[in-house]
Write a protein that binds this ligand. Structure first.
Ligand code: MG
Length: 456
């Protein structure tokens, strides 16, 4: 039986992979896990199937004896905020994040507003399959509705002060961010122009993933109206993307480098990022006097490392950034505000800041590898990499194998979590070197696979 929970909760095509009965049973399973009592906040994004899955999930929770507080359409980080703000036992977000409109899914949060870890999800899945428990008729839960958006906005507004009046274009991809980010920026004294900021589960403006291609209108608008910058979210607004005043989408790694250095200067020395982030993040964090910790890909892992090292900022190059002073999960509106804050402190045009961040060429490749062979191949890679790479300065094995070489270039060899591949990422000063590193890594994987075959 395939696992229900993937890398980010349960997600699938509506009425095919993810159908109403599953949401109902997941609600009941969560209620069972919570001991058939407590209060659960439930939010959803703007998808057309949102009310359907919200109803099913709530029915499951009520049947399992939990009270439910409906938040309505909210960005994902608002669920995390609301759990703590309302003193709830858990939170659920009905969302498929940046996936196309035919998808939906759910994501769970614990009483401290943190996304469920893999272990906690497994526990729910186990109950889902085997041992859900309903409440007696007199103990079924009650439903209420609360609008927490004003309190969430207030919390962020109180955490920042801007000295300039920014002109900002915001593209919310017709998603949940439309209910927060434009209002939030206006509260901070910005002049705001919105794009795709009416709610629609069909995502008529563009697909809800903030890629350069999807943000072409945003880039053109920023340039044509002379705005200081553009900001964009994915469908559930836990991610941020930015466009400079010249209408260029800022590369993810460069944006992360700027945000990380800002975080070091403002709030703390230690910053967390993932193994796949560029070395510019190291360079900017070090130059700002900070220390960079690298961890496994995924926001739950980033948060875990932040807690371990006492850091207040952790970010992935996908634009999923966690600012622990406000919310223990990736927060798009908050990240947008922090970008404004760093621009305000710098006092120069966004493009000038961006151009100061080097951009190193990255080459990506993949080598086929059967799922059951992955672990052994990776072990062989770990044992054999020195035969192929002679000048290794640093080895990191928190997520695949990441080798930093003497010239500062690096290569990451990492098994795909979902497909039959081992992926290679290489970054170097020039394209040719990145390509040759990729080829060497490919050779290393193939050799490691052969070694296994001979052994086996
Ligand atoms: Mg998202």
């Amino acid at each position: 039986m395939s696992r229900l929970f993937g890398t980010s909760g349960v997600r699938g095509v509506v009425n095919e992979e993810f159908e109403p009965r599953m949401a109902l049973d997941l609600g009941l399973a969560l209620a069972t896990q919570l001991g058939n009592s407590g209060k659960v906040v439930v939010g959803r994004d703007s998808r057309t199937s949102g009310p359907l899955f919200e109803s099913c999930l709530i029915s499951g929770l009520l049947s399992g004896g939990c009270d439910v507080v409906k938040l309505g359409i909210v960005p994902t980080p608002v669920v995390s905020f609301a759990v703590r703000f309302l003193g709830a036992t858990a939170g659920v977000m009905v969302t498929a994040s940046h996936n196309p409109p035919e998808y939906n899914g759910v994501k769970f949060y614990d009483s401290s507003g943190k996304a469920y870890s893999g272990e906690a999800e497994e526990e729910v899945e186990d109950i889902f399959r085997r041992s859900t428990r309903r409440a007696r008729w007199r103990d079924i839960g009650r439903v209420s509705s609360v609008n927490v958006l004003p309190d969430y906005v207030e919390r962020i507004v109180n955490s920042v002060s801007l000295t300039r009046e920014f002109k900002v274009v915001v593209d919310c991809a017709n998603g949940a961010g439309a209910l927060v980010t434009p209002q939030l920026l206006r509260r901070l004294g910005c002049k705001v122009v919105t794009l795709n900021s009416h709610l629609s589960g069909f995502f008529p403006g563009h697909l809800p993933e903030p890629t350069a291609d999807n943000l072409r209108d945003l880039c053109a608008t920023v340039r044509s109206i002379g705005a200081d910058l553009g900001l964009a979210h994915d469908g559930d607004a836990d991610r941020i993307a930015a466009v400079d005043e010249r209408g260029r989408m800022v590369e993810w790694d460069r944006l992360l480098a700027l945000a990380s250095a800002h975080a070091v200067r403002e709030s703390g020395r230690k910053v967390v990022t993932t193994v796949d982030a560029s070395r510019v993040v190291d360079e900017f964090v070090t130059a700002a006097g900070g220390e960079l910790i690298r961890t496994k890909v995924g926001d739950v892992n980033v948060l875990r490392a932040m807690e371990e090292h006492g850091s207040t900022f952790g970010g992935e190059p996908s634009g999923s950034w966690i600012w622990a002073d406000i919310n223990p999960c990736p927060d798009g509106p908050l990240s947008g505000v922090r970008i404004l804050e760093l621009l305000d402190r710098a006092g120069v045009p966004f493009s000038k800041l961006v151009d100061e961040v080097p951009s190193y060429p990255v080459v990506r490749a993949k080598v086929e590898c059967r799922n059951e062979e992955k672990e052994r191949v990776m072990k062989a890679v770990e044992e054999r990499f020195r035969h192929v790479f002679g000048d290794v300065r640093e080895v990191l094995t928190v997520d695949g194998v990441r080798l930093t070489l003497e010239d500062g270039s690096w290569v990451l060899i990492r098994p795909s979590g979902t497909e039959s591949y081992i992926r290679i990422t290489a970054e170097a000063d020039d394209e040719k070197r990145a390509e040759s590193l990729t080829e060497m890594a490919g050779e290393l994987i193939r050799q490691s696979r052969e070694v296994i075959k001979i052994k086996g």
